[in-house]
Design a protein around this ligand. Structure first.
Ligand SMILES: [Fe+2]
Length: 194
């Protein structure tokens, strides 16, 4: 279930809102042009399912979004902790990639099949930290200033939608705000302790 925290974007960010009320979250995100939808989770997908199996399981939903929004490329991104010696390094590198504020020329659309991650949307003097979990489909419009934190122990499977399959790059703003707002680990810990 989605969990939203809203902060001010100044030097000492204050918490303006903290809620798991799905209706309230949808309204709050709609005000900043971001669409959050929920799909039923398909039961029985095995751990370790590959891209084809996952896309097959959600085919109807995926096809509807593609038809509505004109996406031309869909894939699956996943990262799960393992015992390999290079896991900590791979996890840190993956996390660092989009951890600073940036924009894209395309929408950033993600459906969480499993696991979680936080999209931080920076608009109108506020930061909306959207903690997404299995069943959440978040559509961040092109050019929206945002960042993404998968935490220090990334664990998620997500379906991604694109209008263009090459050049998925971040245009970084150089703003250090991501360092001032509570990160994934902090928000996740605060939530479970609430
Ligand atoms: Fe991004």
């Amino acid at each position: 279930m989605t969990y939203l925290t809203v902060y001010t974007d100044d030097e000492s960010p204050q918490t303006l809102l903290r809620t798991e009320d799905q209706e309230r979250i949808a309204v709050s995100l709609k005000e900043i042009g971001v669409v959050l939808r929920h799909w039923g989770i398909v039961a029985g997908l095995p751990d370790g399912a590959g891209q084809e199996e996952i896309l097959d399981a959600y085919r109807e939903h995926v096809q509807r979004v593609v038809a509505e929004e004109g996406y031309t490329f869909v894939d699956v991104a996943q990262l799960h902790p393992d015992d390999s010696a290079d896991w900590p390094e791979r996890a840190a590198a993956a996390r660092a990639k989009f951890l600073n504020e940036h924009t894209h020329d395309d929408d950033e659309v993600r459906f969480f099949v499993s696991g979680s991650g936080i999209f931080y949307l920076h608009l109108d003097g506020k930061v909306h930290a959207v903690f997404c979990e299995a069943g959440d489909l978040l559509s961040v419009p092109a050019k929206t200033t945002h960042w993404f934190d998968m935490g220090t122990r990334p664990d998620f499977t997500a379906i991604r939608f694109f209008h263009d399959d090459d050049g998925w790059v971040g245009d970084f703003t150089g703003d250090g705000i991501a360092g001032r707002i509570p990160d994934y680990d902090t928000i996740a810990a605060g939530r479970s302790g609430a």
